[in-house]
Design a protein around this ligand. Structure first.
Ligand code: NIG
Ligand code: FE
Length: 423
């Protein structure tokens, strides 16, 4: 007789639901009072979805253990939703450890970029790499992220800057989606930099007239899935007007707008994103007060990336001002050759120490709000009935240890569960 349910995780000291009223995101007040059950259990059905979350006694009375394929006794441990990483660049060849040394010696991000390094260095190596090499390194990076608790991750292209390599990157992401348990949201980021030898106008024209139309064909044929469109809107990269036309064209194809804005200079990216109905804008170290107000009003999530500000010694993103203004604040690792960090627990730690978020705020930002930034908060980001059974079992009696402990989370994250399977 086949079992009716896939997984029971029982008797946990704490179960952190995040929210339990079907909210699609949380703003400041909700982030400060996360829903936590003491002595709880979680039931995941054979379809991988959550069937019940509640006090251990109630679950025990309703769900006989014999009807489960697998039971995890979480006595003395905590259960929380899988973490969501709302911003990564994980497909690339070559690393930039030599540039880290240059930056430590005083070079800025743009000094390195203008000298032909940075994104240009990675583009050169990624163009030359074959798909199997890219898939192998992507897979090992995603497994590292998963071990640190990430169960849904956004993955960008953007180290091709021409049709063939951008497509190669998106296909590699698609292959990872097919073969690995981790959930992926994929992003076309062909406007990540202006290719060497081209003007902004030429690069924009290539994206609008060559790259996006082909992407559209592949998406309609069902041979490629792409979820979001991204542009690096920055001085010396894509200006506001080219950013606008690329994002609008992506939106017209049904992609969610989720782009890099106001990172190194105030560009009015936040206002543009709000106007275009962007789901999310990342970075925002240089956002203005007007930009913050516009994002709060438009319900455009702010994806803050504490690793970038830390590594580049930039001003910290204004998390507190955004929270006060009612912005939906999310977090991402920004994993890329500049910011080599696969760990959302470290990202939450940095967000708390450097951006002055509280631990509950950081956790909400790395779960429900990050899922919202990817248009997935109806299925991911909290432990609620009918959402995906993606959760972590932590070997500690207080969930805050996941943020308090700086690194070395392999012992702490005892189980990572995706759709009811221990991965
Ligand atoms: O989000 N700012 C632009 N893009 C990345 C960096 C990518 C790179 O340097 O390779 C970021 O930090
Ligand atoms: Fe980025």
């Amino acid at each position: 007789m086949s079992s009716k349910y896939r997984l029971l995780v029982k008797n946990a000291k704490q179960v952190v639901l995040i929210c339990n009223n079907g909210e699609k995101y949380l703003t400041k007040t909700g982030m400060q009072s996360l829903c936590v059950i003491e002595n709880g259990s979680v039931v995941i059905g054979s379809d991988g979805l959550i069937k019940a979350v509640g006090p251990a006694d109630t679950i025990r009375a309703q769900y006989p253990e014999a009807s489960f394929d697998k039971v995890i006794d979480a006595t003395g441990m905590c259960i929380m939703p899988g973490l969501v990483d709302a911003h990564t660049h994980p497909v690339w060849a070559g690393d930039r450890v030599h540039e880290f040394a240059m930056k430590l010696a005083g070079a800025t991000y743009m000094d390195v970029h203008r000298a032909g390094g940075g994104i240009h260095f990675t583009v050169e190596h990624t163009r030359a790499a074959g798909p199997s090499e890219l898939l192998a390194s992507l897979s090992s990076r995603l497994v590292r992220m998963q071990r640190a608790g990430t169960t849904l991750v956004e993955c960008k292209s953007g180290y091709g800057l021409e049709l063939q390599t951008e497509l190669k990157m998106l296909e590699v992401i698609e292959e990872a989606r097919r073969t690995l348990p981790i959930n992926i949201s994929s992003t076309y980021c062909g406007a990540h930099a202006v290719p060497k030898g081209k003007t902004v106008a030429e690069a924009t024209k290539d994206i609008l007239q060559v790259q996006l139309p082909l992407l559209k064909d592949r998406m309609s044929a069902g041979t490629l899935r792409v979820d979001n469109i991204d542009v690096f809107c920055e001085q010396g990269v894509f200006d506001l007007s080219s950013t606008r036309s690329i994002l609008q064209a992506g939106k017209d194809m049904g992609l969610n707008i989720n782009f890099h804005g106001d990172e190194l200079h105030p560009m009015n990216s936040a206002q543009l994103g709000a106007e275009l109905g962007a789901l999310a804008i990342s970075h925002l170290e240089e956002v203005t007060d007007e930009g913050i107000t516009a994002m709060a009003k438009a319900k455009t999530a702010a994806v803050l990336l504490p690793t970038t500000a830390y590594i580049l010694r930039l001003p910290q993103p204004r998390a507190r001002d955004m929270l006060e203004a009612g912005v939906i604040v999310a977090l991402g690792s920004d994993f890329n050759p500049n910011a080599y960090c696969c760990s959302m627990p470290i990202v939450m730690h940095l967000a708390c120490v450097n951006m002055r978020m509280s631990m509950p705020e950081a956790l909400a930002a790395a779960t429900i709000n990050a899922a919202y930034a990817l248009g997935r908060s109806h299925t991911h980001g909290s432990l609620e009935v009918n959402k995906h059974g993606d959760l972590l079992v932590l070997n500690t009696t207080r969930w805050e240890h996941l943020i308090y402990q700086l690194g070395g989370h392999q012992e702490l994250v005892r189980y990572v569960v995706i759709k009811g399977n221990v991965v």
